[in-house]
Design a protein around this ligand. Structure first.
Ligand code: NPW
Ligand code: ATP
Ligand code: MG
Length: 325
């Protein structure tokens, strides 16, 4: 039987958000990297990375990186000089005239570029605006293996979910993986892993089975209520957001989950008495904050609310819940 409980997202936000500390230095409140951005999509990785940066920088210390293709990099840099952008990913068209051996060397170089930084990251966001190019996705599979080797948590979203749905072993039984599917991405995951269709009548039980079947990864199923499960418990976040859906809201969420997951991990590793699951706490906090910010942005901008307006409201919404002083 289903036993979902509505999470107290504001209490979780207050629990996991670190207090402002003037002694912190740059990068100490979190170093996040987004793997995404290709010829078609530059908005999604920007939204994820800048959201992460806005949240961590509200605590005085910050770093947010983007690893994308060469075409996407100047565009993303031009949106914000604050992001650290690495133009390292390659798509099939750039290697189409290469031999198999040369292609292997390109992949090795791409993975090597990420490897140099991997140990410094608190969390990755894999997938916003990644596209579905097979050569690029093969490199990203190797980046996921590398993250697992260093026990770096990762949030898989957008086209990262397309990759993972077709190669579930990439995340299977990795407790530091969080999947954030939207309605289409969830449908594909259920079909592939559970071999059936989405069952709205038993949504919580089905989500729990899905997470359990993937070895206890955490899944945040986005929708009217966000449902979160690690295969054992199911939590929901239903705070009112807004009636407006704009492309990019999910990207804000994936960047935010990365920050709150790393903060939750830090908190729990310093307090043996806390038995909560950091991935679940990270999802609850991120979902709660996004919904608050969406509601505030809608109050200000009504029907013309855009993703960038919601991002502008992240700081104020967090401040309302966890005042800096
Ligand atoms: N401003 C930006 O830069 C933003 C960019 N964004 C980025 O867009 C990417 C896709 O994300 P999304 O949310 O549109 O995907 P989703 O709901 O699964 O699919 C919707 C429909 O489209 C189709 N389809 C998708 N890709 C396809 C492909 N390559 N080739 C063919 N079909 C494809 C898909 O078909 P199906 O998978 O069902 O076959 C379904 O019918 C992802 O990287 C995301 O991060 C967003 O974050 C928003 C802001
Ligand atoms: N019907 C809904 N009612 C209220 N909130 C919703 C609804 N659907 C989605 N949301 C919220 O909007 C946020 C983004 O979810 P959405 O399903 O739009 O993601 P997405 O399709 O991946 O977005 P993106 O355009 O960034 O790829 C989530 O926090 C989710 O809770
Ligand atoms: Mg999305």
């Amino acid at each position: 039987m289903s036993s979902t409980t509505e999470a107290d997202a504001e209490s979780v936000l207050r629990l996991v958000t670190p207090s402002l500390d003037l002694k912190r230095h740059k990068g100490q409140a979190g170093k996040i990297a987004v793997i995404g951005g290709c010829r078609e999509y530059t908005g999604a990785p920007y939204f994820a990375a800048i959201s992460a940066l806005k949240i961590v920088s509200s605590f005085g210390a910050d770093l947010s990186h983007v690893f994308c293709t060469k075409d996407a990099a100047p565009v993303i840099k031009s949106y914000s000089p604050e992001l650290i952008v690495h133009p390292v990913l390659e798509e099939s068209y750039t290697v189409s005239h290469f031999s198999e051996e040369e292609k292997r060397q390109v992949q090795e170089r791409v993975v090597g570029e990420v490897d140099k930084w991997m140990e410094r990251f608190d969390c990755l966001v894999i997938g916003p605006g990644l596209g579905r190019d097979p050569f690029l996705l093969e490199c990203v599979s190797k980046i996921m293996l590398l993250a697992k080797k260093f026990s770096v948590p990762f949030v898989v979203d957008g086209d990262g979910l397309f990759l993972v749905t077709n190669s579930i072993d990439l995340v299977n039984s990795y407790p530091l993986a969080v999947l954030t599917p939207n309605v289409n991405e969830y449908k594909r995951l259920v079909q592939r892993v559970l071999n059936c269709e989405v069952d709205e009548e038993n949504a919580e039980d089905q989500l729990r089975s899905l997470a359990s079947q993937i070895g206890g990864v955490t899944i945040l199923r986005k929708g009217k209520s966000d449902l979160i499960s690690n295969g054992e418990i199911v939590k929901s976040v239903s705070i009112y957001g807004s009636p407006r859906r704009c492309g990019g809201q999910g990207d804000i969420l994936s960047g935010s989950v990365a920050v709150f997951l790393s903060w939750s991990q830090q908190l729990i590793s310093g307090h043996e008495s806390l038995s909560e699951n950091p991935a679940i706490l990270g999802c609850i906090a991120a979902s709660g904050l996004l919904r608050k910010a969406t509601s505030l942005a809608f109050t200000k901008h009504k029907r013309s609310t855009l993703t960038s307006d919601i991002i502008e409201c992240l700081g104020e919404s967090l401040e309302d819940i966890c005042p800096a002083s």
